[in-house]
Design a protein around this ligand. Sequence first.
Ligand SMILES: *[C@@H]1O[C@H](CO)[C@@H](O)[C@H](O)[C@H]1NC(C)=O
Ligand SMILES: *[C@@H]1O[C@H](CO)[C@@H](O)[C@H](O)[C@H]1NC(C)=O
Ligand SMILES: *[C@@H]1O[C@H](CO)[C@@H](O)[C@H](O)[C@H]1NC(C)=O
Ligand SMILES: *[C@@H]1O[C@H](CO)[C@@H](O)[C@H](O)[C@H]1NC(C)=O
Ligand SMILES: *[C@@H]1O[C@H](CO)[C@@H](O)[C@H](O)[C@H]1NC(C)=O
Ligand SMILES: *[C@@H]1O[C@H](CO)[C@@H](O)[C@H](O)[C@H]1NC(C)=O
Ligand SMILES: *[C@@H]1O[C@H](CO)[C@@H](O)[C@H](O)[C@H]1NC(C)=O
Length: 420
Amino acid sequence: MMECSWKTILLLVCASLGIQYTAIRSLTASINSRCPGTEPGKHCHSQWRGVSSCSGMTGPQANDQTPTRKHILIFATTRSGSSFLGQLFNQHPAIFYLYEPLYHVQQVFANSSTRVRNTLDRRALLGAHRDLLSNLYDCNLNFLENYMKPAPRDHETTAFFRRGASNALCEPPLCHWDRGSKEVIEYLCARRCRALNLTLASQVCRAHPHVAIKTVRIPEIKDIRLLSDDPRLDLKIIHLVRDPRGILASRMGTFTENFRAWKIWNATGRKPHSVDLSQIATTCNDLLNSAGTGLSRPPWLRGKYMLVRYEELAREPFKKTAEIYHFIGLDVDSQVKRWILHNTRATSGSTRNYKYTTTRNSSATAENWRLNLSFQIVQTVQQLCNDTLNQLGYQLVQSLKDLRNLSNSLVEPKIFAPFL
Ligand SMILES: *[C@@H]1O[C@H](CO)[C@@H](O)[C@H](O)[C@H]1NC(C)=O
Ligand SMILES: *[C@@H]1O[C@H](CO)[C@@H](O)[C@H](O)[C@H]1NC(C)=O
Ligand SMILES: *[C@@H]1O[C@H](CO)[C@@H](O)[C@H](O)[C@H]1NC(C)=O
Ligand SMILES: *[C@@H]1O[C@H](CO)[C@@H](O)[C@H](O)[C@H]1NC(C)=O
Ligand SMILES: *[C@@H]1O[C@H](CO)[C@@H](O)[C@H](O)[C@H]1NC(C)=O
Ligand SMILES: *[C@@H]1O[C@H](CO)[C@@H](O)[C@H](O)[C@H]1NC(C)=O
Ligand SMILES: *[C@@H]1O[C@H](CO)[C@@H](O)[C@H](O)[C@H]1NC(C)=O
């Protein structure tokens, strides 16, 4: 066990040294990553252009003036609708989208003892997260290799987390297979594509004008201040929030193992001693602190911060998507619109039993937790999360009747203007 611990520390030290080296080296690099002169690079560049001219994309980057590369960060927490929001970027042909790459950093520490985890304090782990994000925005996907298990060979890996959630990683030149339809289907991509060549994936990334990354693994907005301070990044943080009562209901339905005690409480009306209230209290605290930071409009977030409530996105996806893209400074591509049309109209019967599916009647599901939680649990969350609910504009309910009556939305009409 000792040996394993030291290996972990050594790995982290090596990783962070490597990251720092590249960070310094890439200081000299231009912010506007261009398609490299190599064959695969050219191939993917022209591929992107082909797509863009077909879909009639407009905007500054379409006519080869100095493109401003956008670095979009979906900042969220688990089960708050981030897969849905992520798709709004994944479907845009000019955006290279990564779904939770920080998973790999966490994976390294998953089996280490608490002693090691305390040694590597919070700052070091957050530093590793932040440095990796910085390199990924620079399209250096090879920086993921240090964290991957099993370690990639010749820069090729079959262990890329949720590869199928990134369209670009499932399409030529990274994957050649007959999908039979235009849409990438996640589990089929993971099954049918051969090992992912991270060097080639980096080139594909560079050939895309913009990069978007989703993460649920950074506790607070202030933890990424160094990213937003980096003058080479045109960072756009979309802070996705959701009613914590809805987050809890969704986690109970998804992470059944970790939320077993809550489920017993919900089903029997008797609270087991093993219920861990911190599972939702911590989330509320992080939400409160992050929104508090963002809404207080510190200079370092100027032009970089927008808060989005998932319930509003689900209720009016076209309107909210337009607002988000406007804030970022890009046009909503027709493929994005088509995806919204297709995925917010599906009837509940067509929903596959797949944890992270976004194909469903989104307006119907955002507040459906109200039919799914006992009043006692709702009251407990309301006490734990009172300040968060107030700040984000979610109404408390005082009775079971109010809870179940869906004709009164609990989402107050509160406007969270982007910080321009
Ligand atoms: C952690 O340890 C368990 C049991 O020893 C093992 O099955 C699992 O693969 C390990 N996970 C990682 C990420 O190494
Ligand atoms: C991965 O892609 C790079 C860049 O296209 C290429 O040079 C390399 O040979 C590829 N590696 C393998 C193992 O195919
Ligand atoms: C309600 O709870 C059940 C059981 O945990 C779960 O399968 C279902 O997805 C939940 N529905 C909603 C809308 O949260
Ligand atoms: C989606 O859900 C809403 C609210 O329940 C309902 O009004 C609407 O008809 C549903 N749409 C479809 C296509 O099922
Ligand atoms: C809570 O219990 C109700 C009724 O027993 C059940 O319908 C619902 O699915 C449960 N919710 C969760 C999240 O398990
Ligand atoms: C929640 O906060 C509001 C305003 O901050 C306060 O009036 C109310 O009494 C609090 N409720 C609970 C249950 O703590
Ligand atoms: C639900 O709320 C609406 C609006 O306040 C009210 O008209 C309706 O009677 C309520 N339904 C029930 C079953 O209480």
